[in-house]
Design a protein around this ligand. Structure first.
Ligand code: ADP
Ligand code: X2W
Length: 263
């Protein structure tokens, strides 16, 4: 059965009840197919950096990560955020193992540009460690801290990291956030989006900030994996079990070739 990569945004860490409901849904789902969880922790990282007196800047939804902030970003994401989620999983009776994208070279990274500091661009890596864990009935819980070929730690946007991990495994991908999906200018859910519609909505700034990183990542994944990718809310975890029925789940990002083949 094709594995499913589920990415959860870091806001889940502040939502205990929803977190428990999500892991309860994942427990049911993993009886049917292998599941890997990739997580963010943007809010927690903001909080840590502010408490330490750092200014945190974002460019096009990506956190500028100077060398003096990197140890705290790694600590927040690969440390506290990762272990809190592993603990939530264990509370629901899931045998979870906490890792980062760097472990076992499951995702490769290179630095994006000097302006962003230690921010990595992710690409597919080696699936061996994940296969071993999935074979042992474990749910890997993976933070978005990566490692370059030269062994430098880097901060990867968790949506981009999830895309690379889905590519590593040839898996389907769902991006779960604190909103039910991509919303239009009136706050209504958009059930399906193509590349052209995404460009227009970003241009009009209807899609902005973290959501703009997410839709671009989802489109890249849809095109590379050749499958629809869903952006949905972790408030409705029961939707995860309806993916196989192609039921309406949040916003469906359609790969380009599907549109090209439509009459
Ligand atoms: N068109 C849009 N539809 C929905 N959310 C949007 C849109 N444009 C911007 N956003 C913002 O993007 C946020 C989700 O992105 P982000 O905070 O990065 O999520 P996550 O932490 O789950 O990855 C939403 O909470 C919302 O504030
Ligand atoms: C480079 C970059 O932007 N990294 C992100 C990684 C965490 C993340 O993506 O968290 P959410 O999924 O909760 O937004 C950051 O530092 O916030």
């Amino acid at each position: 059965m094709t594995p499913l990569v589920i990415k959860v945004g870091g806001a889940l860490l502040d939502a205990y009840e929803q977190g428990q409901a999500l892991f309860s849904a994942i427990k049911k789902l993993k009886a049917e197919r292998p599941v890997v969880l990739v997580h963010g922790g943007g809010n927690l990282t903001n909080d840590w950096l502010a408490r330490l007196g750092f200014e945190s800047q974002k460019i096009d939804g990506l956190r500028v990560t100077p060398p003096d902030q990197l140890p705290f970003v790694v600590g927040a994401l690969a440390g506290t955020a990762n272990k809190l989620l592993v603990s939530m999983a264990h509370q629901q009776g899931i045998n979870a193992v906490g890792l980062s994208l760097a472990d076992g070279k499951m995702v490769n990274a290179c630095l994006l540009n000097a302006q962003l500091g230690a921010v990595g661009q992710a690409s597919a890596g080696d699936p061996k460690v994940l296969h071993a864990l999935l074979g042992a009935d474990v749910v890997p819980v993976v933070s978005s801290i990566g490692l370059t070929e030269q062994g430098e730690l880097c901060n990867i946007n968790a949506d981009d990291g999830a895309v690379a991990l889905a590519q590593t495994l040839g898996a389907e991908l769902v991006l779960l956030s604190d909103v039910p999906g991509v919303l239009d200018g009136d706050g209504q859910l958009l059930v399906q989006l193509t590349a052209t519609e995404i460009s227009a909505l970003i241009e009009q700034r209807v899609i902005h900030g973290g959501m703009s990183v997410k839709v671009k990542a989802a489109l890249a994944a849809a095109n590379s994996i050749g499958q629809r990718v869903y952006i949905a809310g972790w408030q409705q975890p029961q939707l995860l079990t309806t993916l196989a029925d192609e039921a309406s789940v949040g916003t469906c990002i359609v790969p380009d070739f599907v549109m090209e083949n439509q009459p």
